[in-house]
Design a binder for this molecule. Structure first.
Ligand SMILES: NC(=O)c1ccc[n+]([C@@H]2O[C@H](COP(=O)([O-])OP(=O)(O)OC[C@H]3O[C@@H](n4cnc5c(N)ncnc54)[C@H](OP(=O)(O)O)[C@@H]3O)[C@@H](O)[C@H]2O)c1
Length: 334
């Protein structure tokens, strides 16, 4: 079955995830991005590089206030200077946070909530594929800590701020690689068996899809979406998947093409009219499962996953979530 899944996924990718796939899809795009977002604020994690940087640039050009959440000060300041210079928008701010450090993510989000009166859009873009098993200060496996726990804690902590902001949205940058994975709930820290960074990454990306679906049910005021940017020529691909990068060469998308659907989900009125909680590719919602791939999860598995995240989050902070929010997870109607 997994061979079938992988073969279907790769063929699908060659048709749709490449530069040509984007160009074919873009023929049907409407002029949904002819908007000004002056006065709206956007937080983008991993905004100093690749898809996140292209997203920050596009939003700054439309007049939005941009909060860049990055781990490296020098890289972040260099990217900020370029974005301000090209866009002419000075409302671009840098926040230094390592998204793999769970407690630090929570502390940052709590401080942000106190400092800023509103946040209209959160874009969970930062991601990693670490091939060797490493752990963070809380002893969480690094891929999981960055791609899942960081996203969970940041989003969950900022939800009260988003809820009181106008037209709030949360967009999470997942990957088509998640299509080959079924949610696994028994080994979130990848402690058993042989460690395979590619599969752990793909599992985290599936977890992001499940999280988005659950958030959409729990918080109807906010529009949640999760998306695949396509196969994009970025440092993440060239360093974490060098063979794939070399094999795909010019067929990889540009960073602007990879960012397009994120920008559309963040800015357009058309995106806000779509149902919350869906998976997107090239401005369209697409199935989050391959046909006959047996990757659907039971409500018990999803509940177990959500409960484990909530338990982990509570153990790493002085219980950062409002007690009602915590309780809510246990009563999500699945
Ligand atoms: N490129 C693709 O083909 C592709 C396909 C599917 C999904 N994606 C997803 O797209 C997103 C963006 O990746 P990209 O391809 O644009 O790669 P990229 O250019 O390497 O950007 C990744 C960004 O995430 C940041 N980041 C990683 N770990 C972090 C941490 N612990 N704390 C804070 N920031 C961290 C990186 O910071 P540094 O610069 O400091 O490393 C960088 O800014 C990721 O979620 C990735 O999984 C990409």
């Amino acid at each position: 079955m997994s061979l079938y899944r992988n073969a279907i996924w790769f063929l699908n990718g060659i048709h749709h995830y490449t530069r040509k796939g984007y160009e074919a899809a873009a023929k049907d795009f409407d002029k949904d991005l002819d908007v000004s977002v002056v006065g709206r604020s956007f937080m983008i994690t991993g905004a100093n590089s690749g898809i996140g940087r292209a997203t920050a640039m596009a939003i700054a050009k439309k007049g939005g206030t941009v909060h860049m959440v990055c781990r490296n000060k020098d890289k972040a300041e260099e990217a900020r200077a370029d974005i301000v210079n090209v866009s002419g928008n000075t409302e671009v701010y840098v926040h230094i946070v390592d998204m793999s450090e769970t407690r630090k993510v929570w502390e940052f989000a709590e401080a942000f909530k106190k400092q800023y009166p509103s946040l209209n859009v959160l874009i969970n873009n930062a991601g990693c594929m670490v091939h060797k098993r490493e752990v963070n200060a809380e002893r969480l496996e690094k891929n999981f800590a960055t791609n899942t726990m960081g996203v969970y804690v940041l989003t969950q902590t900022l939800i009260p701020l988003l809820q009181k902001s106008r037209d709030p949205r949360v967009i999470t940058v997942s990957s088509g690689g998640m299509l080959v994975q079924k949610l696994r709930v028994n080994d979130l820290q990848s402690e058993t068996g042989c460690f395979d960074g590619v599969m752990v990454y793909a599992q985290n990306k599936r977890q992001q899809v499940v999280l988005t679906q659950q958030w959409a049910k729990a918080y109807p005021v906010i529009h949640f979406s999760v998306m695949h940017p396509g196969w994009v020529d970025t440092p993440a691909v060239s360093t974490s998947m060098p063979q794939f990068h070399q094999m795909m060469g010019d067929r990889l998308r540009s960073v602007e093409q990879g960012a397009d659907t994120i920008v559309w989900l963040a800015l357009s009125r058309a995106a806000a009219r779509t149902r919350s909680g869906q998976f997107f590719q090239d401005r369209k919602h697409v199935p989050a499962h391959l046909p006959l791939a047996w990757t659907h999860s039971s409500s018990e598995e999803i509940q177990s996953f959500m409960t484990q995240l909530e338990t982990l989050a509570r153990s790493f902070k002085n219980v950062g979530l409002h007690p009602d929010q915590g309780r809510k997870w246990f009563h999500i109607n699945m």
